[in-house]
Design a protein around this ligand. Structure first.
Ligand code: GLU
Length: 477
């Protein structure tokens, strides 16, 4: 039995792989497996292999392969960090040779049973193959699948760094299909053959594959090779404890990227699914993760992917950026297709002044657009709910007061604030209430950046024009 601490599995010969199937958008769960493999490889001075499992040609698309490679690079796993990409389809000869060897060794046999045949023999639902063709000695032929002959007795124990030594009764492992009637091989076999020829020592992957593991370990043994050490990382669930699904949940890494999650925040958060660094910390530099992470410490129970927490996390990462860096990272959301203003109205100097105010207030970068649009649009986009809320009595008087008081005020945030306070006091209002109509007139919304700093930045003319326009609308209503 392979011991995870045995020298051949922990010395410099460690080889792990990330083996995604390009059958859809790259999933956050996939990203986590990739990170686990990457960290493990780096910790052991080993190699990370990227293998695209593309044998199911009908479900693969080239853009999904590119999406995987782009997403990995975004997370920091760029092409220097892995060997490959290899493509499973490139190993077709080796797959066929393995199938042939298993057949020649009597470890596999042909079978012509349909599912219905099996059900007819064993009851009204399919509960696994009944072994009908085991000793019929069928030759290869059209429509005849090749099944692996699993042992009748004994147990298969796998060594799993996260789960200990799960043990499976061989009698419960059906004779599973390794090649279809048309000669094409199945995942179960192709995956093992690839791992074998690529010298993989540790298979770190999602819990969903745990049930495949005894079958795969039997294949390793039948092919005369030492099985790898396994590590099945916990399933990722939503707030209802349901497994994340692309129909129900936001799972595509690209969507998080488009919303303005930072790669650093994302990868830090993904590593916390089932694990925590030492001390009372969650937000830690990647170097700490590389130093402290241990697969053995990962909790095997389902891990909650908490989007709210991820947002809060991301906000903290954003606040920690040097402001110039924040400005740079906001760039995609300040132009088409996100920005509603015409490009010539955008003024980087104005944005540079707004940025420090915004940096403490966004949780994801995409929120920047609505936060600063008032500065680059000719007129603010008035949010009607905000208008209704703010433009109640004595809003007209406040706007009139502001027009008058701002006319000759020294154009600084402090002075504007002092004047607004005075206007409010006349109506017995605190500043928060008194500034609401001004804020909606100028920015279109009741919430946003600190108002008087914003006014200072956009200048007297634009401020007064907007206040006047709002007053006109209000008196006309
Ligand atoms: N292609 C499989 C998947 O994406 C990989 C399984 C494995 O890592 O062994 O689920």
């Amino acid at each position: 039995m392979t011991d995870p601490s045995s020298p051949e599995h922990t010395s410099g010969t460690v080889r792990v792989r990330f083996a995604p199937s390009p059958t859809g958008m790259f999933h956050v769960g996939g990203a986590r497996s990739a990170l686990h493999n990457w960290v493990f490889a780096r910790q052991h001075g080993g190699t990370l292999v990227l293998r695209i499992e593309d044998t199911d040609a009908s479900r693969n698309r080239p853009e999904w392969i590119e999406g995987i490679i782009r997403a990995l690079a975004w997370l920091g796993i760029d092409e220097d960090e892995y060997e490959g990409p290899y493509f499973q389809s490139g190993n077709a000869d080796e797959h066929r040779q393995a199938v042939e060897r298993l057949r020649a060794d009597g470890r596999a046999y042909f079978c012509d049973c349909t599912r219905d045949d099996v059900i007819a023999r064993t009851g009204d639902s399919y509960r696994g193959y009944d072994g009908h063709c085991r000793d019929r000695g069928l030759e290869a032929g059209p429509g005849r699948a090749l099944r692996f002959r699993t042992p009748d007795e004994g147990v298969t124990t796998v060594v799993d760094l996260i789960r200990g030594k799960p043990t499976f009764e061989n009698a419960n492992i059906e004779d599973f299909v390794i090649a279809r009637g048309d000669g094409s091989v199945l995942f179960m076999l192709a995956n093992v053959v690839d791992d074998k020829i690529q010298g993989i020592t540790h298979v770190i992957r999602a819990e969903e594959h745990l049930s495949n593991t005894p079958k795969q370990q039997l294949l390793w043994e039948a092919l005369g090779a030492q099985p790898p050490v396994w590590a099945h990382v916990p399933v990722v669930v939503n707030e209802k404890r349901q497994k994340l699904s692309k129909r129900r949940d936001k799972v595509a890494l690209e969507d998080y990227q488009a919303e303005g999650f930072l790669a650093e925040a994302m990868r830090n958060y993904l590593m916390l699914l089932g694990w925590a660094p030492s001390g009372d910390r969650e937000i830690v530099p990647w170097s700490v993760i590389e130093e402290e992470f241990r697969l053995e410490d990962v909790n095997p129970s389902p891990a909650f992917f908490d989007v709210k927490k991820l947002r809060a996390f991301n906000g903290e990462y954003i606040r920690a950026l040097p402001v110039e860096d924040f400005v740079e990272r906001c760039a995609p959301w300040l132009r088409e297709p996100y920005a509603p203003w015409s490009p010539e109205r955008y003024d980087p100097e104005v944005f540079a002044r707004l940025a420090p105010l915004a940096q403490t207030r966004v949780a994801v970068l995409s929120e920047i657009t609505a936060m600063v649009d008032f500065a680059f649009l000719d007129e603010p986009v008035i949010d009607e709910a905000s208008w209704k809320k703010a433009m109640k009595e004595p809003a007209a008087d406040i706007l009139r007061g502001a027009l008058e008081a701002f006319q000759d005020a020294e154009w600084t945030a402090e002075e504007l604030k002092a004047r607004a306070e005075e206007i409010g006091a006349r109506h017995g209002l605190k500043l928060g209430k008194a500034q609401a109509p001004i804020r909606v007139a100028v920015t279109g919304r009741t919430v946003g950046l600190p108002l008087f700093e914003s006014l200072q930045i956009i200048g007297r003319d634009r401020t007064l024009t907007r206040v006047r326009a709002a007053l006109d609308r209000l008196t006309a209503e």
